[in-house]
Design a binder for this molecule. Structure first.
Ligand SMILES: C[S@@+](CC[C@H](N)C(=O)[O-])C[C@H]1O[C@@H](n2cnc3c(N)ncnc32)[C@H](O)[C@@H]1O
Length: 377
């Protein structure tokens, strides 16, 4: 059977060097110098289900995320964009700490921690917060890549999510990199798509299992030309929430809801700040938007209490990010203060832009505690 190539979805990741949204349009480049050529790490030709191919390409021996320079070398997430993001998360930490009655040990577990950027920044910021909280904070990075040599000793590093967490579990842009299967409609019903990892060419494979067919019909209905089966993400999130004993689990990611799923799917690739074809050969990131409502429902079943799903714009505003420009009068009174305030305002604007990072979704799942203000709705 002839192999098929697919179109490319819209993404919101940014060039590593330029603070410029990089979206809508495959193949355009912001102009930063590319560090290519890239070596393919997967070279054997073999038709694989996408979930297997993605897993090998990203996390197998020599995989893109475990062996390379780390996510920040290829695209920009909210974590890299500005300290404002971390300042807001610290406010969330403080409010969950209050809701938990200031436990003796408050854990922050960052799942899919990259090279530990978020926890390094949180550790620094917490050093300036009330000393009592700083002393009780325990920071744990969960990451498949090895521990960076320069990671501060106060940050624990491990490959799996610890059990019985009391505190905050964070997952920023983790779920979009959890490998998933893709499906295509055929005259005999929905079948898996198989991919050649060396080229990205695709062809239909066997019919879907009843569980995956059920997921697709329930969560991705309608006239779809390609389905992205989010069951593996649901399971990953349910597992993460299940490891929280008391506290809040927060997933921040780009995604979609039932009724607005893209008919052609969203799978795409990134390398060096550039959107590239999603060839699962280990040379690039391979990612797909997250079905946030199905993930949320899976976490809610485990937690036994209602979740909150808001845009990043709403979440950061609630946590005190103020994108307002400083008054011009400040420029003559305190020029340095004015410039600082202006820089902070433009960072907030980047993080809350509805067409960029501000359009990402925050899924907040409380466990054994009410979602504290300011996030309670
Ligand atoms: C897109 S990066 C996000 C990095 C960081 N959280 C940020 O927002 O900048 C996804 C990261 O998740 C890691 N990852 C994916 N699945 C994982 C898993 N099951 N356990 C640990 N780390 C995982 C990858 O290795 C990669 O570093």
């Amino acid at each position: 059977m002839a192999s098929m190539r697919r179109g490319y979805g819209t993404k919101t990741r940014m060039c590593e060097n330029l603070h410029r949204p990089y979206q809508r349009g495959f193949g355009r480049h912001c102009g930063c110098p590319s560090r290519g050529p890239y070596r393919r790490r997967v070279t054997s030709t073999e038709w694989l289900p996408w979930r297997v191919a993605m897993d090998r390409a990203l996390y197998g021996p020599g995989g893109f995320f475990v062996a390379g320079r780390g996510p920040a070398a290829h695209f920009r997430t909210s974590v890299h964009a500005s300290p404002v993001f971390v300042a807001c998360l610290l406010r969330l930490v403080e409010s969950v700490d209050r809701a938990l009655g200031r436990p003796a040990r408050f854990e922050v577990v960052d799942v899919g921690a990259g090279r530990g950027e978020l926890l390094r920044a949180l550790s620094l910021a917490a050093g300036q917060s009330p000393a009592a909280l700083a002393r009780r904070l325990r920071l744990t990075a969960v990451e498949k890549a090895p521990r960076p040599a320069d990671l501060p000793p106060e940050i624990d590093w491990r490959p799996d999510i610890p059990a019985d967490i009391t505190g905050l579990l964070l997952a920023t842009e983790w779920l979009d990199n959890v490998p998933l299967d893709l499906a295509t409609p055929t005259p005999t019903g929905w079948h898996y798509l198989l991919v050649d990892p060396t080229t990205g060419n695709e062809r239909p494979g066997p019919p879907l299992t009843p569980q995956d067919a059920h997921w697709l019909h329930h969560w991705w209905p309608g006239a779809v030309r390609r389905g992205e089966i989010g069951r593996a993400r649901d399971e990953a999130w349910a597992g993460a929430v299940g490891n929280v004993a008391r506290g809040v689990a927060v997933a921040v990611d780009y995604g979609h809801l039932r009724g607005e799923r893209p008919v052609d799917g969203t799978l795409t690739g990134y390398r060096d700040g550039r959107q590239v074809p999603p060839v699962p050969d280990g040379s690039c990131d391979v990612t797909a938007h997250v079905a946030m409502d199905s993930v949320a429902a899976a976490g809610e079943r485990v937690a036994g209490c209602a979740y909150t799903l808001v845009s990043q714009r709403e979440a950061l505003r609630a946590l005190g990010a103020d994108g307002g420009r400083p008054p011009l009068a400040l420029a003559s009174r305190d020029p340095a203060g004015y410039l600082r305030a202006l820089a902070a305002a433009s960072a907030v604007a980047e993080l809350t832009d509805p067409a960029g990072l501000g359009g990402h979704r925050w899924l907040l799942q409380p466990v054994g505690v009410a979602l504290p203000p300011p996030m309670a709705r």
